[in-house]
Design a protein around this ligand. Structure first.
Ligand SMILES: NC(=O)c1ccc[n+]([C@@H]2O[C@H](COP(=O)([O-])OP(=O)(O)OC[C@H]3O[C@@H](n4cnc5c(N)ncnc54)[C@H](O)[C@@H]3O)[C@@H](O)[C@H]2O)c1
Ligand SMILES: Nc1ncnc2c1ncn2[C@@H]1O[C@H](COP(=O)(O)OP(=O)(O)OP(=O)(O)O)[C@@H](O)[C@H]1O
Length: 566
C-alpha cells in the first residue's frame, strides 16, 4: 500500500490514523491498492446519491402539493364555468320572458326549479326540487284559495282560470308520494302584475307525473328507501330496480320531430307523421328549419309546422315541447339529446337505422305507438348524461373556460392523428386513479356502455344502473382492466405538461377538441337525464337490444345426443 496516496484521500487518511475504528479494520483487510482506491472513490458518490434521493423526495412532495393546487383550481374553474353558463342561459330566458311580460314570481320559481342548487348531489339533487315543488304547489293553492275567497267576498263571479296548479288533493300527492311532477318546468299561463291570468301565446305545456312502480307488490309501490336503519342495523329495505312510469296530467299538445338527414324513407315518414299528428291528434308540431323547408317544397299544406331561427329559441324549446319524436338510428337520439342543454322532454325513438340500440319503436306501427303514448302512462328509461368541461391551461389567469358539453353516450380522449402513445393523468374526486398510456380513454354513461366502450372491452351495463364507465382504449399494459365508478364522482383527465403530444376529446363521437399539455377535461354526471320511452320496459328493451342488435351470446344449442354424465 502507498501511504502517501491513502493520506491524500481526506477522511480516509483520518481513519487510517485510528486503527480501532471498524471501518479502518475492514480497510486494513483490503490487500490491494486498487481495492482501496475503488472504496475511496465510492464513498463520496454514495453520499451524493443520498443527497439526490433526499432531493428527489423533496421534489416529489413539492410536485404533490402543486398537483393538489392544480386540481383545486380545475374543480373551481369547472364550477365557475357551470354557474356562468347557467347565468347566461337564465339571462337569455329572462330577457325573453321579460319581453313577454313574465312576472318576477314565475321567474324566481323557474330559476330555482332549474338551478343546479337543487340538483347538487345524489339524492339531494333529486329530493330538493320535489320538496320545493311541493311547497310551491301548496303556496299556489293557498294563493288561489285566498283569491277565490276574496272574489266571493266581493261578489265577484269571475271564474278563476287554471293557473296550472294542481288541486289541493293533487298537491298532497304531488311529489310527495314517490313521484316527480312536471310542475317544476311548467309554464301554464303568464300572469300580469295584478295576478290575473292572461292567455298564453304558446300552447300550454302538458303536465305529467313520474312514479316508480314495483313489479307485483302494489302495496309497497310508494316505498323508495333503499337502505333502512332498524334498531341500529343497516338493512336493504327494498331493491331499487323499479320501472319509472310517466302519466300525463294534462293532454300533450306540442311535439317536435327530429329526423336523420339525407334519407328518403325518413323524409316520407316524417311528412306522413306530421299530417297524421295534425289531423288526428290536433297537435302543434315543430321540426328543424331544414325539415320545414323540405316539407314546404313538397306542399304548402305544411305551412302550419313551426321551427326556430336561432340558438336562443332552441334553448327555450324544452319549455314548449311535450314530446320529442326521433326518426333515425341511435345517432338521431344522440342528436336530439344534444339539442337540449338542460331538461329534456320525453323522447320517443323510432327505428330507421341499422342497429337501433336506443330506438325500440318500429316505424311501421307509429300510429298505434303514438296513440298509446299520447294517452299514457308510458314506461320510461331515465338515461343519465355526463357534463364535460374542457379546462385550458392557457386560460389559467382568465376567468374563462368553455361551457359544458352534455353527452348521452361518452366522452373520448384519444391520440387523434398523433402516432405517439397518449399519456393521460386521471383523477377521481382529486384522488389519483392512474396514468393512461395507450390510444386513449373512454368515460361513458351506462347508456353508452353498449357503444364505443363495449368495442374497447368495457362491460355492457343496464342504462338504469347509476355509474360512469372508465374504459381504456388499447392500453399499453397487460393489467389495465376497465372500471365502473359510482355516479357521484367527478373525474379529471389531464394531459401532463411533459406529454410528447396533444390529445383529442370528442363528445358522442362529435365536436373534436384538441387538448394541449396542461389542458384538462373535467367530467361529472349531469342533473338532466334523457327520458326515453320504452316499448315494453327498461329491462325488456335493454335485453331485446343486446339480443337483436348485438346478437349477444348467440350460439347454436348443443344437440341432445352425444357423450353425457352417467
Ligand atoms: N369502435 C366503435 O365501436 C366506435 C367508434 C367510434 C364511435 N362509436 C360510437 O358511435 C357513437 C356515435 O354514433 P353515431 O350514430 O353518431 O355515429 P355512427 O354513424 O358512426 O354510428 C356508430 C354506431 O354506434 C351505434 N351506437 C350509438 N350509440 C349506441 C349505444 N348507446 N348503444 C349501442 N350502439 C350505439 C350506432 O347505432 C351506430 O351503429 C359514439 O357515441 C360512439 O359510442 C363507436
Ligand atoms: N337531425 C339531425 N341533424 C344532423 N345530423 C343528424 C341528425 N340526426 C342524426 N344526425 C347524424 O346523422 C348520423 C347518422 O344518424 P343515425 O345513427 O341516426 O343513422 P344511421 O347511421 O342510419 O343509424 P345506424 O347507426 O343505426 O345505422 C349520426 O352521426 C347523427 O349524429
Amino acid at each position: 500500500m502507498a501511504p502517501s496516496k491513502v493520506n491524500s484521500a481526506g477522511d480516509a487518511s483520518v481513519s487510517c490514523s485510528q486503527p480501532e475504528n471498524g471501518f479502518l479494520n475492514s480497510l486494513s483487510l483490503l490487500s490491494s491498492e486498487k481495492a482501496v482506491q475503488e472504496l475511496l472513490q465510492q464513498s463520496p458518490l454514495q453520499s451524493t446519491d443520498d443527497h439526490l434521493i433526499e432531493f428527489s423526495d423533496a421534489m416529489r412532495t413539492v410536485a404533490k402539493a402543486l398537483r393538489r393546487a392544480a386540481e383545486g383550481k380545475a374543480s373551481a374553474q369547472a364550477e365557475a364555468a357551470e354557474w356562468k353558463r347557467k347565468y347566461e342561459l337564465e339571462r337569455a330566458r329572462n330577457l325573453h320572458l321579460e319581453h313577454k311580460g313574465y312576472n318576477f314570481y314565475e321567474m324566481l320559481e323557474s330559476w330555482w326549479t332549474q338551478s343546479s342548487l337543487c340538483n347538487a348531489m345524489g339524492m339531494i339533487r333529486f329530493m330538493l326540487p320535489c320538496l320545493f315543488c311541493l311547497e310551491n304547489c301548496k303556496e299556489r293553492d293557498r294563493k288561489i284559495s285566498e283569491e277565490q275567497s276574496h272574489r266571493e267576498n266581493n261578489g265577484d263571479e269571475e271564474r278563476t282560470e287554471n293557473l296550472g296548479s294542481p288541486s289541493n288533493e293533487q298537491s298532497e300527492h304531488c311529489c310527495g308520494s314517490n313521484g316527480i311532477c312536471s310542475h317544476e318546468v311548467l309554464r301554464d299561463g303568464d300572469r300580469d302584475s295584478a295576478s290575473k291570468v292572461v292567455p298564453n301565446k304558446f300552447a300550454r305545456k302538458a303536465s305529467f307525473k313520474l312514479s316508480w312502480c314495483c313489479k307485483g307488490d302494489q302495496s309497497d309501490q310508494h316505498k323508495h328507501d333503499i337502505v333502512s336503519f332498524e334498531r341500529g342495523n343497516i338493512t336493504t329495505a327494498e331493491r331499487s330496480s323499479k320501472q319509472i312510469s310517466l302519466k300525463w296530467e294534462s293532454q300533450p299538445q306540442t311535439v317536435i320531430i327530429l329526423t336523420k338527414p339525407n334519407s328518403t324513407s325518413v323524409r316520407i315518414l316524417c311528412a306522413e307523421m306530421v299530417r297524421w299528428l295534425r289531423e288526428q291528434k290536433k297537435l302543434d308540431i315543430y321540426v328543424e328549419p331544414r325539415v320545414r323547408a323540405e316539407l314546404l317544397t313538397e306542399s304548402s299544406y305544411y305551412n302550419f309546422v313551426h321551427t326556430w331561427k336561432d340558438e336562443t329559441e332552441i334553448i327555450l324549446l324544452h319549455t314548449k315541447v311535450d314530446l320529442v319524436v326521433t326518426l333515425g338510428g341511435d345517432g338521431t337520439v344522440l342528436w336530439a339529446a344534444s339539442m337540449f342543454k338542460g331538461p329534456v322532454p320525453p323522447v320517443v325513438p323510432f327505428s330507421l337505422g341499422s342497429l337501433g340500440f336506443m330506438t325500440p319503436f318500429h316505424s311501421e306501427r307509429y300510429r298505434e305507438y303514438l296513440d298509446s303514448i299520447l294517452k299514457g302512462p308510458i314506461s320510461i328509461t331515465l338515461r343519465h348524461r355526463l357534463q364535460c368541461h374542457v379546462i385550458r391551461e392557457a386560460a389559467k389567469n382568465e376567468y374563462e373556460t368553455e361551457g359544458p358539453i352534455l353527452v348521452l353516450n361518452e366522452v373520448t380522449i384519444d391520440r387523434g392523428i398523433s402516432s405517439y402513445l397518449t399519456n393521460l393523468e386521471c383523477y377521481c374526486d382529486n384522488s389519483f386513479v392512474t396514468c393512461v398510456q395507450g390510444d386513449g380513454l373512454i368515460l361513458s354513461t351506462t347508456s353508452g356502455s353498449t357503444a364505443y366502450s363495449l368495442a374497447a372491452g368495457g362491460s355492457m351495463v343496464h342504462p338504469q344502473v347509476p355509474g360512469i364507465l372508465f374504459t381504456p382504449i388499447c392500453p399499453h399494459s397487460l393489467s389495465f382492466r376497465p372500471l365502473i365508478l359510482p355516479e357521484h364522482v367527478t373525474l379529471r383527465v389531464q394531459v401532463p405538461f411533459n406529454s410528447r403530444s396533444h390529445a383529442w376529446a370528442s363528445f358522442d363521437g362529435k365536436d373534436r377538441k384538441r387538448l394541449a399539455a396542461g389542458d384538462a377535461l373535467v367530467c361529472s354526471m349531469a342533473p338532466w337525464p334523457v327520458p326515453t320511452a320504452c316499448q315494453v320496459d327498461s329491462t325488456s328493451d335493454f335485453l331485446n337490444s343486446i339480443h337483436d342488435g348485438l346478437h349477444w351470446n348467440l350460439r347454436k344449442t348443443q344437440s341432445f345426443d352425444g357423450p353425457r354424465d352417467t
